[in-house]
Design a binder for this molecule. Sequence first.
Ligand code: ATP
Ligand code: MG
Ligand code: FE
Length: 347
Amino acid sequence: PLVLGIETSCDETGVGVVRGTTLLADVVASSVDDHARYGGVVPEIASRAHLEAMVPTIERALARAGVRATDLDGIAVTAGPGLAGALLVGVSAAKAYAYALDKPLYGVNHLASHICVDQLEHGRLPEPTMALLVSGGHSSLLLAPDITTDVRPLGATIDDAAGEAFDKVARVLGLGFPGGPAIDRRARDGDPGAIAFPRGLTGPRDAPFDFSFSGLKTAVARWVEAQRRAGVEVPVADVAASFQEAVTDVLTRKAVRACREQGVDHLMIGGGVAANTRLRAMAEERCAAAGITLRVPRPGLCTDNGAMVAALGAEMVARNRPASALDLPADSSLPVTEPLVPAGEPG
Ligand code: ATP
Ligand code: MG
Ligand code: FE
């Protein structure tokens, strides 16, 4: 099926076109530079930027894919979770196109899309799919017997998300926003063993698949503060590398354990933090040692984009899932257990 996907849950206006599991176009217009001086995403600025970029981005994606809107089999859009005003821009645009073109509309879950996008790179996902979802707002281990209908959380963060921790630590180190890519870069010149930062929730009595990054973030802030008070220059690269090592150690350890305990022989890693070089390398090593096949999309497909929405939409069409109603609500707190907002569901 030929599907257009629209993503506006945060600060990326993303539009993708896919045919089945084949990527035809992926156009992303980001307002990230407009937010940088505020140190984080400003919802009103994001919504305004989506509004301006929406139609040109859709037209660019269709042109790049070399398809006509009338040939589409469906239009998919992120229905949630995300920023309410930002989501509304994409959902409204998707409704307008679906109505005008008389095409089925699929309001899909942003988090399931972060997983399904891997089909564009590595073909159909195995069933069940074991996924480590690590992004700006989420850190979860998910087991999905069917990515279009059945996504089950095995564990999740009890405080900060992994990406959030990267962003906050980057701020402490004065590395700017967004923090993940900045820490990734600086860590390359640092020693990951320089400072022993805590590994949250890894004790024998801790929930095996839950995460906690708030204690780690505080430990980094305290350590840096102590250096500054003592008048010692902060070894930014070493702090970045040691922090990154602590995050990736916990993520990969728990993900491998989840695969073992569930008897799953592969691991998918998705979400913006999956773009992290160290996480990718460590996951590769530990999965290989455990006999687990690792699937991670290329970095550009890990961060928010429209192709991931189109990928999940195409899967909905391929599996004959019911289209969403034209009065589809945007749901800023759509739970991960709902891959598709069904027909006629009340807001
Ligand atoms: P969610 O998907 O939970 O709704 P989101 O869409 O805002 O949140 P994503 O776009 O999936 O999040 O990911 C953004 C996050 O990924 C940010 O926190 C960013 O710092 C982080 N990130 C991006 N690239 C890297 C990297 N190379 N290393 C570490 N973190 C990264
Ligand atoms: Mg973003
Ligand atoms: Fe995301």
